[in-house]
Design a protein around this ligand. Sequence first.
Ligand SMILES: Cc1cc2nc3c(=O)[nH]c(=O)nc-3n(C[C@H](O)[C@H](O)[C@H](O)COP(=O)(O)OP(=O)(O)OC[C@H]3O[C@@H](n4cnc5c(N)ncnc54)[C@H](O)[C@@H]3O)c2cc1C
Length: 387
Amino acid sequence: MRLCEIAVVGLGLMGSAALHSLSRRGADVIGFDPLDLGGPRGSSHGSCRVYRRFNFESKAYTDLSDEAFKGWRMLESATGRTVLLPSQVLEAGPPRSKLVAESRAAAALKGGGTGPTTGAEANAAFPAFRLPTDWDVVVQESGGILLAEAALRAFREGLEDRIVRATARIRPTAAGIRISTPREDILAEKVIVAAGPWIGGLIPGLARHLKITRQTIGWFAPAQPDAVRYGEFPVFILEAARGLVYGFPDFEGRGVKAAQHDHGPVVGADAWGPPPSDDELELVGTTLAELLPGAAGCIVDRDVCLYTNTLAADLRGDKGEEFIIDRLPDDSRIIVASPCSGHGAKFATAIGAMVADMALDPKVTAPEAFRLDRYSQFASGLRGSGE
Ligand SMILES: Cc1cc2nc3c(=O)[nH]c(=O)nc-3n(C[C@H](O)[C@H](O)[C@H](O)COP(=O)(O)OP(=O)(O)OC[C@H]3O[C@@H](n4cnc5c(N)ncnc54)[C@H](O)[C@@H]3O)c2cc1C
């Protein structure tokens, strides 16, 4: 049986980042994933994700964003590939919008946040918008468009012989963690499990703390193509009456990519379903027509992706939608590096480096907010059979 120091099961953005980070540090690492890069499944596929320096979800994320930003630039210089296009990020909502207030608060801590502050100013600066003039607005200069598929390719560059294209099962044994695939078994000293929406099937007891949701995305043929071009128009996040809608300037020549951030229907990780229907994209289309008419138009392309959302923890003040990055309490050789909900992509370089550190150095621990012991089931060290 082949041996390795560290196995990485699941090579979406998190696992690929860990594989890249470990191999750069000379670790003997093997990654496992059955999916083709560029294929339509997993949570990391597709052209882009939003990179925000200031995160309305928590001020605590700014340092992780900054860490990740350095990582993206290092990845670009190591591979010669572009993975992060700089872009302004505009967030807007009704007066006293929580979204805008939280982003402003995060930006204020670091002296960031410039440009329009009201709907009227945003409409003047970016004529594609038609926001209510009294809306609150914040613009981050230090945002970006993360090129997700390009990032996956960059992480894996030169590591083809370190990747096993197969679904893996893991079984802890006294000799090591046995990683079984249909073709071979490999014995690893440690394993990083970064299986995205499938992680509940690999880590007993975890699935009950997760909610997988179907998220639908559309590309809209913009009514005013010149007004939504990359470089002149920002990434946007709008707190509309019926939900949070975000989108990108037309940087691909494919239309304006836009989606709803609020959770879609709960599904299983393998329920990949049909492409989104017109009904599923109706809210996004009407929001664009109302608030961003320059970007509105017919739907020219569609995609589906899954969010892996954590549920609220019972032992700490955590309302859910937080990451899980930790060693298993009853087997510290197994590191969980997921799930990263609807906002994890931007942090992949930082999270990959963090779990690589944890795999290489037993003294390194994950930040408290991400640890499993926020759930009483894991705090007791007894996971139970659960699912
Ligand atoms: C529609 C959508 C929009 C998003 N927008 C943003 C955004 O704007 N900004 C942002 O920061 N984040 C965003 N995110 C979130 C971000 O994309 C995810 O947090 C991130 O991609 C999760 O990556 P992952 O590696 O954990 O999971 P995945 O990408 O799902 O990777 C898991 C991998 O594990 C593999 N796997 C599963 N089981 C096994 C097994 N048994 N053996 C081997 N391999 C296995 C799968 O094949 C898969 O490739 C968005 C997500 C979605 C769905």
